[in-house]
Design a protein. Structure first.
Length: 378
């Protein structure tokens, strides 16, 4: 069979398989909208809280109004005790609690530092961070007002009091995530993982579908069939990658700092290794359904060990070695460096070399396994 005819037959096998079409094209496009959709507003706002006002002074009510005016939180109810507030929290009525202590106003007049207690739902770190940010901002604003008032009463001019109310000035300037939102933080890395997982599933499904019958793939040399199949899928996923890193990034306003040539060079070993892993799974999995299940179960460990959600310094070293066997780990680290942080190619050469080492290792494994499968039909 000529190379042109083999490519034609392979394309026919791909585009007449509904499972592959749904995974490769439907999955990539579907996840490009589904995954970022809940975080389209970047950060959560107007989180519901309850207030336990044990002071009931005019200043404490002023603090309540300041808290309710922040965009992060919204006071939806009050509680007479901390226990009642806990019940409101545990039943899901609110996502956070603010406790204004007794003698809050008196301590402010005496120049003391009253302690405001607040809690948030820490099972969702964005929700917890939003509640903590809103309450701390309101408390800090009231503290600044009290300090300025005290300085004015001591004869300090207003212009100086506005500068002296705090000895520390914080000027926060986010560098790589200007919106401080979830989309710029996680979505670029997860898109890389989606490309890997769908590519592995697609090739795995194609390999599993060949086990039940004697087909053209038995009559071709192992190298020829693997080279042709890999070339086709890598070409398709270059287009899918262009859709992710082009249209999708523009649609969600994500940074694009990497040059196209560097992206092409980085994608080459990443897509090749993912293809070889998919071929291996297609040989090893006894049923097509197992390919999808195996890949989906591996997604969460790969996400948390890639170094962008959980710091690598806190990940056990053996687990890092294990995840470096898969292309998404060095690919995610490299891609975030060059595209989100503006690093040069020389700064990702270690990960790029690791990716090409993976190509060699997984390519040899795929060749051996596929050749053994072919020999079973001869």
């Amino acid at each position: 069979m000529t190379l042109f005819k083999l490519i034609k037959v392979e394309l026919h096998a791909i585009f007449t398989n509904p499972a592959i079409i749904l995974t490769v094209f439907g999955g990539v496009i579907f996840y490009s909208f589904l995954y970022p959709l809940p975080y389209s507003q970047q950060t959560p706002q107007e989180q519901s809280i309850t207030v336990v006002n044990l002071d009931k002074s005019l200043t404490s009510y002023q603090l309540e109004r300041m808290v309710d005016a922040t965009p992060q939180v919204k006071i939806v109810t009050h509680a007479n005790s901390i226990e009642q507030a806990k019940q409101q929290f545990f039943t899901g009525q609110v996502r956070g609690i603010l406790v204004i202590p007794t003698n809050f106003y008196r301590d402010l007049l005496l120049g003391k530092s009253p302690t405001l207690s607040y809690a948030g739902d820490a099972s969702y770190f964005l929700v917890y961070g939003t509640i903590a940010e809103g309450l701390s901002q309101a408390g800090g604003t009231l503290a600044a007002k009290a300090k300025v008032t005290q300085l004015l009463s001591n004869g300090v001019p207003l212009s100086q009091a506005q500068q002296q109310y705090s000895q520390v000035k914080v000027n926060l300037k986010p560098t790589f995530n200007p919106t401080i939102g979830y989309i710029n933080y996680v979505v670029p890395a997860v898109f890389v993982l989606i490309l890997q997982q769908t590519l592995i599933i697609g090739l795995g499904l194609m390999g599993c579908s060949e086990k039940s019958e004697f087909g053209y793939w038995v009559q071709q040399s192992t190298f020829k069939i693997l080279a042709t199949r890999t070339l086709i899928f890598v070409s398709i996923y270059y287009l899918m990658s262009g859709y992710y890193f082009g249209f999708s990034f523009d649609f969600y306003g994500i940074n694009k700092l990497a040059s196209p040539l560097i992206l092409i060079a980085l994608l080459a070993p990443f897509l090749l290794t993912s293809s070889f892993i998919g071929i291996c799974l297609g040989v090893l999995m006894p049923r097509k359904e197992w390919v999808t299940v195996f890949v989906l179960f591996s997604s969460m460990p790969l996400v948390f060990s890639a170094g962008f959600i959980w710091p690598l310094e806190s990940v056990p070293l053996p687990l890092i070695w294990l995840t470096n066997l898969f292309p998404c780990t060095p690919a995610i680290q490299s891609f975030l460096s060059i595209n989100q942080m503006g690093a040069g190619f020389s700064q990702i050469t270690t990960q790029w070399q690791l990716l090409w080492l993976q190509v060699l290792i997984w390519g040899i494994i795929a060749f051996i396994l596929y050749r053994r499968k072919q020999s079973q039909f001869i």
